[in-house]
Design a protein around this ligand. Structure first.
Ligand code: PBG
Length: 327
């Protein structure tokens, strides 16, 4: 035998030397849930170890993440039912919870990278990502709301705006609006291929944002489709996206690879709430070893993603599974 692949596996030094993909803190974006009030920190039942924070505690959480070398955060608000309406006006109201949270993190930790979520669902009395009229989601009317929201995020200090709504044309619409208002440096991370997935359940529990009627199949993608992701990616690239995101992650690794192979833009992936819940439940039951977390995160790097949104972001650093980079 001239070729013995096992020779390259014989010691830790050699295994490390030939390792093809790596993961470190710089790849990770940590999603954080926020809620109004003071001194709040309540665990999301279906996501052990993940909490909703009031702004004071959010700042403490961000600080402890920064100490671990985790520098990017994606914020999601839990909005009181009484503040929701058909047009999600709370999403861009001056002084709203979300805008205050962005400004507070930016002011206290200018070195942190703040990703903000643009979509109507946390603020919509219908629980949908667009304006609902007679059971239909109105695309172009929704763009106006998304634009106001994105502009308010930029004005509050967002570094990257991530539209997660899946309306057609929103990347170009938001890009133009931001540029027109002097925010040429604010980036757009597009949820390019976002599937109508059952893996979002725990997230909707965390925010209380489940649709009040119907489902999201007229705007989120059919889980059976891959080529359609190329159409979405092409449009987002043309419209000025800085990142292309695939969501969920693990069940859609082929889509991550497809976009990574066909586009030069950086690829992001969202390792969503249901994926987190699955691993946590199995680990808590002693059915899986917690090393599955790192193996899962590495699979995203292998498929071609550079940015990984994951609820595991902090724990992999705390537990020393991956290296702490210094700020
Ligand atoms: C909605 C949105 C969702 C997530 C992020 N933004 C869920 C949905 O479409 O209902 C899911 C994230 C997760 O499950 O972790 N704009």
């Amino acid at each position: 035998m001239l070729q013995r692949p096992r020779r390259n596996r014989k010691s830790a030094v050699i295994r490390d030397m030939i390792q093809e993909t790596r993961l470190d803190a710089s790849n990770l974006i940590f999603p954080l849930f926020i809620v109004d009030g003071q001194n709040q920190k309540t665990e999301v039942k279906s996501m052990p170890g993940i909490y909703r924070y009031s702004i004071d505690n959010l700042l403490k959480e961000v600080e402890s993440c920064l100490k671990l070398g985790l520098r990017s955060f994606d914020l999601f608000p839990n909005i009181e039912e009484s503040l929701k309406d058909k047009y999600a006006t709370e999403s861009y109201r001056d002084g709203s919870l979300y805008l205050r949270a962005i400004a507070a993190v930016k002011k206290n930790f200018p070195e942190a990278c703040i990703v903000t979520d643009v979509a109507m669902d946390p603020y919509s009395s219908d629980g949908h990502d667009g304006i609902v009229e007679n059971g239909e989601i109105l695309n172009d009317e929704t763009l106006e709301v998304l634009g106001k929201m994105a502009l308010a995020h930029a004005q509050s200090g967002a570094d990257i705006i991530a539209p997660s709504d899946m309306m057609d044309g929103r990347i170009g619409y938001i890009r133009e609006l931001l540029d027109h208002n002097g925010f040429t440096n604010v980036s757009l991370m597009s949820y390019t291929a976002k599937y109508a997935s059952a893996y979002y359940g725990p997230f909707r529990d965390a925010l209380g944002s489940a649709p009040k009627h119907g489902d999201k199949k007229t705007y989120q993608m059919n889980p059976a489709n891959a080529k359609e992701a190329l159409i979405e990616a092409q449009l987002d690239a043309q419209e000025g996206a800085d990142f292309l995101m695939v969501k969920p992650g693990l069940p859609y690794l082929d889509i991550v690879k497809l976009l990574a192979d066909n586009f030069d833009l950086p690829i992001a992936v969202y390792n969503v709430s249901g994926e987190y819940a699955m691993l946590k439940a199995a680990i808590q039951n002693g059915w899986l070893d917690e090393r599955v977390i790192l193996e899962t995160l590495l699979s995203f790097r292998r498929a071609g993603a550079t940015a990984i949104l994951s609820y595991h972001s902090k724990e992999v650093l705390e537990k020393g599974f991956i290296s702490h980079s210094t700020i």
